[in-house]
Structure formats: C-alpha cells, structure tokens
Design a protein around this ligand. Structure first.
Ligand SMILES: [Zn+2]
Length: 332
C-alpha cells in the first residue's frame, strides 16, 4: 500500500540530522516548548506541506491549542492531532497576537483598574512592555480613615486622580519589530498578567479594609508562597522566547539584561508569565501545572476578564475606547 508519509520519512532519513532545530533554553532544565524553539530547513517545510494537505477544519482544530511537542517526524506523522511539531501545527503567531490583544482590550475596560495606586515607570533599555495602572495623568495622595465594627480605626492613603485617567499598556517598537511575532504577543499578554495581578490585589485590599486585620500581600506573592516551583517552570517556557529573539540593542545592554533576568524571578514577574501562558495556551498550561493551581489561575483570568473575553479576538481595535498603544516609547 502506498503511504505518502513513508516517502517523506525516507527523504528525511537520507538527509540525516542537519541543523533543523534550534532550541534556546533559558535554563538547563527548561523544557522544550513552542516559545523556545525555532525550526528551520527542508524537513520542516516537508512537515508543513503535510499539514497543509489536511482539511481546513482539521487544521484549524489542531492549531487551536498546543498539544505536547515532538521533533520526531515519524511520531508526529502517525498522530498529528495528539502531538505538535514546532512551527507546523502549533498555535500560529497571528492567533496568539489576537489573543493577547483581546485580553488587553477586555481588561482595560475593567473598572477596578481605576483604583490602582502603584507607581509608574518608563520604558527604557531592553524593556519591551509596561503596564501603567494610572495612565499618564496626575494624581494626588489623600489620607482616609475607616472605622471598624469594634470601634478601632484604620488609616490608609489613596491616590486620587486630579483629572480623568485610564490604565494603559505600552508595547515598545522593539517588540513589534521582532522576527518572532510570538514574542510580541507574549509581551502584551505578560503586561495583561501584571494588570490582572493588580486588579485581584486591589480587590483583596478592599476586602481587608472591610473586615480583615492583617494587610494582604500582593496576589502574586501569596500564590508564590505555595506554587513557586510551578510558576518558575512555566515562566521558563515563556522566557525561552526572549533569548531566541534577543535584539542587537539588547545584546548591547548585556549588563542591563542580566539585571532583567534577576528581577524576572520575582513573584509578580513569574505570575505575569504564568498568566501570559494561560491566555496564549491554556491547554498546554493545564498540562504544566497542578490541578489546584490551574483552577486558581482560571478563576483569576475569568474573574477579571470574564468568560467571554475571547469574542474580542474578532474586533478591530481601531475604535476601542481604551487603546493599546503600540510602537510607543516613553523617554525620561
Ligand atoms: Zn513584567
């Protein structure tokens, strides 16, 4: 019986193992993922032809999630639905970009964001994106007092905007110019992760003011107290893409980059990567984390974005009230 895949396998074998794969690992034990793997050469082109020959429907279903990855052609050809070949039937970069933008758009309409009081920072050096809880407008600090049921009082400071403001996500030009568009989507989704962390923390602060007696930590810090290992492991998947797509400018700022790597180990950075993975590839994330952590992340994402956030993937973001500004670098 004629098997077209058999021919392909013969050809691949005759070519030997040339430089087909380039995997960059941010750490020794970093697992193999679509975010840290670039596939080149004739072999991948052949795999792409096989994938293209499938019906549009089965291609779309296959590309809608990241299945476990393989670089073994024989295994993949036997079961393309259960396995993914990097760059062939993994989630396309365009879909990831739409997901990142849809999440950002949905999130920036979320009212609670207007209560954030955290400081702002500027895009500089190798920073690819930033989340500004208060946008760019001025605000003033005010002291407030709340009386508890037992008669004791609690004082806190809030920052009130003197004029209207809106939360913003800024993505640098550098990020948009990437060869690998998945990096760009990751940057957007990563900043969305920070915003979700803020929104949840803010809710917890409100609850505390109402009834608690010990001030809550930031949401990501609470989570890291229980799940740090898992958070680091998912973060390593996502970080691979940073190494692969490192620009000339970033290499020039090698010392800054080293610092960048260190700060990326903080709970809020780990959480932002985790949420980015949830937004981009929920099914792959589910395989990487424990069921209890997955449930919490799902609650976080749905609680802030709402269950229907993906419908925004079809939107053109031109007339969005809350805009995601791209290609904007703010200088000191
Ligand atoms: Zn970050």
């Amino acid at each position: 019986m004629y098997n077209p895949n058999q021919d392909i396998l013969e050809t691949i074998k005759s070519k030997g193992n040339d430089e087909t794969f380039k995997q960059v690992r941010s750490r020794e034990r970093s697992p193999f993922s679509p975010f840290n793997t670039i596939v080149r050469g004739e072999v991948v082109q052949m795999m792409q032809k096989v994938h293209q020959a499938r019906s549009p429907r089965s291609r779309a279903i296959d590309e809608s999630f990241n299945a476990p990855l393989t670089t073994n052609e024989e295994k993949w050809l036997r079961n393309p639905n259960r396995l993914d070949y990097p760059g062939v039937d993994t989630i396309p970069a365009t879909t990831m970009k739409k997901k990142g933008k849809a999440a950002a758009y949905t999130l920036l309409k979320f009212k609670d964001l207007h209560h954030f009081t955290e400081g702002r920072y500027k895009l500089k050096g190798s920073t690819m994106g930033a989340f500004y809880p208060l946008g760019k407008k001025k605000f003033k600090k005010e002291k407030r007092k709340i009386e508890r049921n037992d008669g004791s009082t609690y004082e806190y400071t809030i920052s009130t905007p003197t004029i209207s403001y809106k939360p913003e996500i800024h993505i640098s030009k550098e990020s948009k110019k990437r060869e690998n568009p998945s990096r760009h989507s990751h940057t957007i989704a990563h900043e969305v992760g920070h915003a979700i962390d803020h929104a949840i923390s803010q809710r917890q602060v409100k609850e505390y003011i109402d009834k608690r007696d010990s001030k809550p930590q930031k949401h990501s810090k609470n989570l890291a107290a229980h799940f740090k290992d898992q958070m680091e492991s998912v973060s390593n998947h996502m970080r691979g893409s940073y190494r692969l797509t490192k620009s000339e400018k970033e290499s020039k700022y090698a010392s800054l980059y080293k610092h960048h790597e260190q700060y990326r180990d903080s709970p809020s950075e780990l959480y932002a990567d985790l949420m980015s993975s949830m937004i981009m590839q929920p099914r792959a994330t589910k395989r990487m984390v424990s069921p209890d952590l997955y449930l919490m992340l799902q609650n976080d994402m749905m609680g802030i974005l709402g269950p229907k956030w993906k419908k925004n993937m079809k939107k053109k973001f031109k007339d969005a009230k809350y805009t995601i500004e791209e290609g904007m670098v703010i200088k000191k």
